[in-house]
Design a protein around this ligand. Sequence first.
Ligand code: FE2
Length: 426
Amino acid sequence: MPPLFLRNVNLVDGRRGVDVLVHDGRIAAIAPGLAVPESAEVVAGEGQLLSPPFVDAHFHMDATLSYGLPRVNQSGTLLEGIALWGELKPQLTQEALVERAMQYCDWAVAKGLLAIRTHVDVCDDRLLAVEALLHVKQKVGPYLDLQLVAFPQDGLLRSPTALANLKRALAMGVDVIGGIPHFERTMADGAESIRLLCELAVERGLRVDMHCDESDDPMSRHIETLAFHTQRLKLHGRVAGSHLTSMHSMDNYYVSKLIPLMHEAEVHAIANPLINITLQGRHDTYPKRRGMTRVPELMAAGINVGFGHDCVMDPWYSLGSADMLEVAQMGLHVAQMTSQAQMRACFDAVTANSARILGLAGYGIEVGHRADFVLLQARDPVEAIRLRATRLAVVRGGAVIARTAPATARLHLAGRPATVDWTLRR
Ligand code: FE2
C-alpha cells in the first residue's frame, strides 16, 4: 500500500493546517509542512476537518431497513413498535437479516461511521438474528467494528427463555450483556434483572449496556439500581445506561443525588435524540415533554455521554441514513446545547465519547494509531454539524474506502457568484 498524505487539514482538537502522513496503515506523522513522500497518494485537505470516524453507541441492526414489514407503526409509540417487531420476528430469515444489515453497513461506511454497537434481540429461540449479525460482524470486520449486545427485548424475566437464550448468545460470541429492566413485569423484577445481568457480566468479564428507563415515568428509577450494582461489583467504566429518558421527568432533588451516584460508578449514559424526541411524550397533550435524558447536566457532572442512532427505517422509526451528524444535530437541539463548547460536546458524543463506551483501542488521530478517519467538508466540528457535512473521504487502515463529491450548487443569477459558499468567513 503506498503512503497516504493528507495535506492541510484541521483537527477536532483545534490544530489547524497540519499535514498527516500514513505509512503501512498507521499514522506516521502529524505536523504542518511535512515533506510528501514520492510514491504517496495525496489528498488535498484544503483546511477541511479531519475527524476520527463516527461511532454509534446504540443501534438495532437486526431491525434496520425493515420499515413497513409487516405493516407500519400507526401510533408511533414505543410499545406498538415492540408489538410490531414481535409480529415480524417469526417471519425473519437469516438471508434477509444479513442483506439488510450489510446494506446498512454500506450506508454507514459512506457516512464515515466505522464503529457501531448494535443490540440484537435474543428473545427468539432460533437466535436467527444473533447468527446473522455474528456473520455480518465477521464480514465487515476489515472495515467496520461491529459490537453486539445480547438484548432480551421481551424482558429477561418476563420472557421464559430469555435468560437461557442470552447465555447461548454469549456462548456464540456476542460481546456485551444487555437488559431492559423497565419492561419487566414489576419494578422488583426490573431490579432483579439488573442484579442477575451485572453478576453475569462479572462472571464472563463482559461489558453491560442496558436499555434503562426508556419511559416517561419519573418513578422508573432503574438507573439507580444499575449504578448501585456497577459500584458494588466494581464494574466501573464498563457499564452503560441507554436512553435513561425517565430522567427528563424526575424530581430535581432526586436527580441531585442520582447523578453523583452514576458518576461514582463511572456509568456511561447513552441518549438517542432522534428516537427519544419522537417516541417519548406520546401520552402528553401540552406542554409536551422532549423525552431526552439530561445530557448537559450529565456531561457537566463528568459523566461520559454518547449519542446513538438507535433506529433507521424499522418498526420504531421510519427515517434515518446512518448519518451521525444528524444525530448530533438533533441532540444539540433537543438538549438546547447551543454554546460553542456544548455544540462541540455534541460532536464528541458521536465520536470520542461513544468510542470510550465501546472501549475502542487506538481511537483518535494520533501518531502510531491505525489510520482511521473521515475528511469532512467543513472546517470545524460545529460547522460539520451545521452543514451535516459531506464525507469527502473515509479512510480505514490507510486505505480510502469511500468518497463523496463535495456538496455544491450552481447559481444562475445575474450579479451573484456562480457557486454558493455556505461558510461564514470572518
Ligand atoms: Fe434501543
